[in-house]
Design a protein around this ligand. Sequence first.
Ligand code: AMP
Length: 187
Amino acid sequence: MAPRIVVLGRQGAGKGTQCARLVDAHGIIHVSTGDMLRAAVAAGTELGQQADAIMKAGDLVPDDVMIGIVGERLAEADIMENGVLLDGFPRTPAQADALEAILADQGNELDAAINIDVPLDEVTARMMARGREDDTPEGIARRLELYEEQTAPLIEWFSARDKLVIVDGMGTEDEIFARVEGSLGLS
Ligand code: AMP
């Protein structure tokens, strides 16, 4: 079985932790578009040069660029065999439409979009507690606001296609992982 899953969740919702656990337990391939772009910036590729300023400004890399990168990655053998956890993509309804088309071309479809749900005041408190340099109250508020703006239409998009699964992200790591596995039919 090669599940194809989109992972959504606010910063501080525990998305990274839960992705890592799904990789460990089920061998699914984690694809983070943010990681791919940061690697391209570090390597100084053409894509990296194009993305660098956009990322620094907190804007979105153009849809056609992102769709090209993800389309190529999704065609690779490891993903065809083991499935994929998409993290950071899609970010716009146009990217979601393209994802649907890419998977349909492969004769596949998305299994689920899982939203790890943690209330705003709780993620804010978690980010304040980790004390990273960019975790000022203003910085946190701005990133969460942007996420809300970008993600609300996607939640609708997945929900309209009966793909949206909401998991309560409050509790211990183990409790949340059990919910994640259960909601994806992986337990
Ligand atoms: P992330 O690590 O997912 O927060 O992504 C870091 C940055 O990379 C974002 O702020 C965007 O500038 C860019 N980025 C990552 N994924 C996408 C995407 N799917 N579409 C557009 N830009 C993206």
